[in-house]
Design a protein around this ligand. Structure first.
Ligand code: ADP
Length: 283
């Protein structure tokens, strides 16, 4: 695997306010990495720096082995796609007409249009006017637009924020299919379920710093608290340490008296871990 994105010691200040402090981040090709953090953590600022919309105050940023300065000027820009929330779609035109304009603009074959719509499950709706679409469907069109040119790398800033479950599902499915085709994906989210469902690795961003990173499984393993919770039929609930003879004796005793209602493994969620690592909440 090669490194697609590398950020080292990246800082970004707005006047005196430090939005990013010493961000180190590496993304391997073929990975889906989720930047997980609450509003104001610095997620969009990272995406803006990586996509050349903002310059870092200091530190180095490399994309496909090129510096961010080179990326701004070179053909490398064509190797990535960006999805942000400002859709910029023409409401009076159909989905197809909107995307066709982009195909013309970027010299892409019209076949790219159906292929991109396939990813977000919108081929059958392509004649619909954008003005008739729900916010979620518009977001799917925006995603289709971002992948028309088959980018190797895709940046998504809060791709499903405030969308209903059906549209969220279509977007997630599209992203999984794109990733299976080899697309590297960096997405930002404050939704721990989204991070867990989609990402090979997550990075916890808190007050402009990456405080922890790893696969959801690795993180859960590293921070698991090794207790099980046993709920009894009388309504009592007990936390017992795992792998202890005394725990097994107690369980045997309760089981013999048919007193066990439920046993929970107490596996932490990514939200629990975020709070334990950063002391802050995700939203
Ligand atoms: P997130 O995407 O995680 O919600 P942002 O990256 O948008 O966070 O913002 C991080 C912090 O930087 C916030 O406190 C925000 O107010 C501040 N910030 C972002 N952009 C600017 C800007 N252009 N000028 C001043 N402050 C900014």
């Amino acid at each position: 695997m090669s490194v697609t994105i590398k950020m080292e010691n990246v800082k970004k200040s707005f006047s005196r306010f430090e939005a990013l402090r010493n961000v180190d981040l590496e993304i391997q090709s073929g990975e889906i990495l989720g930047l997980l953090g609450p509003s104001g953590a610095g997620k969009s600022t990272i995406i803006k720096i990586l996509t050349g919309q903002l310059d870092p105050s200091s530190g180095t940023v490399m994309i496909f082995g090129e510096s961010s300065e080179q990326v701004k000027q070179s053909k490398t820009r064509k190797r990535f796609g960006v999805l942000t929330d400002n859709s910029g779609l023409y409401k009076r035109l159909s989905i197809e007409e909107n995307l066709k304009m982009y195909c013309d603009l970027y010299d892409l074959p019209v076949s790219a249009l159906d292929e991109a719509l396939e990813f977000v499950n919108l081929v059958s709706s392509k004649k619909k006017k954008v003005s008739e679409l729900s916010r979620g469907m518009m977001q799917r069109v925006t995603l289709a637009r971002a992948i028309l040119h088959k980018p190797e790398l895709l940046f998504l800033d809060e791709p499903t924020s405030a969308l209903d479950p059906v549209n969220t599902h279509h977007i997630h499915e599209g992203l999984r299919k794109l990733n299976a085709r080899g697309t590297t994906i960096l997405l930002t989210t404050h939704d721990m379920y989204e991070a867990e469902a989609l990402c090979h690795r997550v990075a916890f961003l808190h007050e402009g710093e990456i405080r922890e990173s790893g696969s959801p499984e690795e993180l859960k393993d590293a921070y698991r608290n090794d207790v099980i919770e046993v709920e009894l039929t009388c309504g009592e609930s007990h936390e017992l340490p795992v792998n202890q003879v005394a725990t097994m004796d107690k369980m045997r005793e309760w089981a013999a008296a048919q007193r066990i209602r439920r046993v929970h493994s107490n596996e932490p969620t990514l939200g629990d871990l975020f709070m334990r690592v950063t002391g802050g909440e995700l939203s």
